[in-house]
Design a protein around this ligand. Structure first.
Ligand code: UDP
Length: 332
């Protein structure tokens, strides 16, 4: 049985689908503050071919909530997504982020140790690298996060190293670049309120009543003046977690990997891909730069390829297509 914290959220829910597909029993733990009960309903109703897909509502900041899950189920490993992830908010209200992300994870790890569960795949981020010193960014790049969100994730990475040394708890930390797209069968997708991410914001602006798309900054030192990011498809990303679980199940040591495509796309290129997929001319407002946005973030994914055997397969256009299919359903 795999415990998935944050399994009712965007990335977590796609991972639950991937786990079900691979024949794992899954228990989702989520406080439903940002995750959605509708997503839980969808996941519980998937034909799991006799495998368990259970849901427990609870909060990681409450030790008994999470500890009771380990008492109820025989957990083999944990995939830990539950966290706040908005950079701007993390700077305005760091306490909220340290309590939820760091303290919540400490409770989870305490429950793991008390119940003798020693394997965890942790959802980390390229934000732990901070302003890039060089690109593409490999795992040797210094980790100097420039915001509270990135610092919470780096602190947890450091805690995981200490817990391995002291208690033999093995972790794989997956450092995501820009996650994009939705389930190709449109069962789950990206659903944030408010939405801050590029692709859903462009697509939302194509539906009546939505806000006009705002493009933040066209004066960066990049190919066309807009920020360049590495958009990794959410289904490809989910597959990497299955490889990471497998790696730990086979006795792999604590490790960390970048998850990206090695391709950089500018905001203007993403915008064009959205116009191509939707067949619509999308109105846009050019805005000043958004605070804290580095010009270019691109992953070197060689380590994940070599050591996990993972290769991303989907293109930016695939991600935009599935994201559009998902937004189309939601806008009805
Ligand atoms: N962006 C934009 N308009 C939006 C949302 C994002 O121009 O409504 C830009 C943002 O400034 C950044 C890129 O798109 O350069 C990716 O932003 P996103 O929030 O999707 O991911 P991040 O790179 O911040 O994790």
């Amino acid at each position: 049985m795999i415990l998935v914290t944050g399994g009712a959220g965007y990335i977590g829910s796609h991972n639950v689908l991937a786990l079900i597909e691979k024949g794992y029993d899954v228990v989702i733990f989520d406080n439903l503050e940002l995750g959605h009960i509708e997503t839980v309903g969808t996941l519980k109703n998937i034909d799991s071919k006799g495998k368990v897909v259970d849901f427990i509502q609870g909060d990681l900041q409450n030790f008994d909530d999470i500890n009771s899950v380990f008492k109820k189920y025989k957990i083999d490993a944990v995939i830990h997504f539950a966290a706040y992830s908005q950079v701007g908010e993390s700077v305005k209200d760091p306490q909220k982020y340290y309590f939820n992300n760091v303290y919540g994870t400490l409770n989870l790890l305490r429950a793991m140790l008390e119940n003798d569960v020693k394997r965890i795949v942790f959802s980390s981020t390229a934000a732990t690298y901070g302003e890039p010193v060089y690109v593409p960014i490999d795992e040797k790049h210094p980790q100097n996060p420039i915001n509270t969100y990135g610092r919470t994730k780096l602190m947890i990475e450091n805690i995981l190293d200490d817990y391995d040394r002291a208690y033999g708890l093995k972790s794989v930390r997956l450092r995501y670049f820009n996650v994009a797209g939705a389930d190709s069968k449109t069962r789950v997708g990206e659903w944030h309120e408010p939405e801050t991410h590029l692709i859903p914001n462009i697509l939302k602006s194509t539906f009546g009543g939505s806000k006009k798309f705002q493009m933040f900054g066209t004066d960066y030192d990049t190919k066309d003046g807009t920020c360049v990011r590495d958009y990794i498809n959410v289904e490809d990303l989910a597959k990497a977690h299955i490889f990471a679980l497998d790696y730990l199940e086979k006795g792999g040591e604590t490790n960390y990997f970048n998850l990206g495509t090695t391709e950089g796309n500018s905001v203007k290129e993403v915008f064009k891909a959205c116009e191509d997929v939707t067949g619509k001319e999308i109105p846009v407002d050019i805005m000043p730069r958004r605070e804290g946005d580095p010009a270019t973030l691109i992953a070197d994914n060689t380590k994940a390829k070599n050591e996990l055997g993972w290769t991303p397969e989907k293109t930016l256009s695939d991600s935009v297509k599935t994201a559009y299919a998902w937004e189309s359903i939601r806008s009805i």
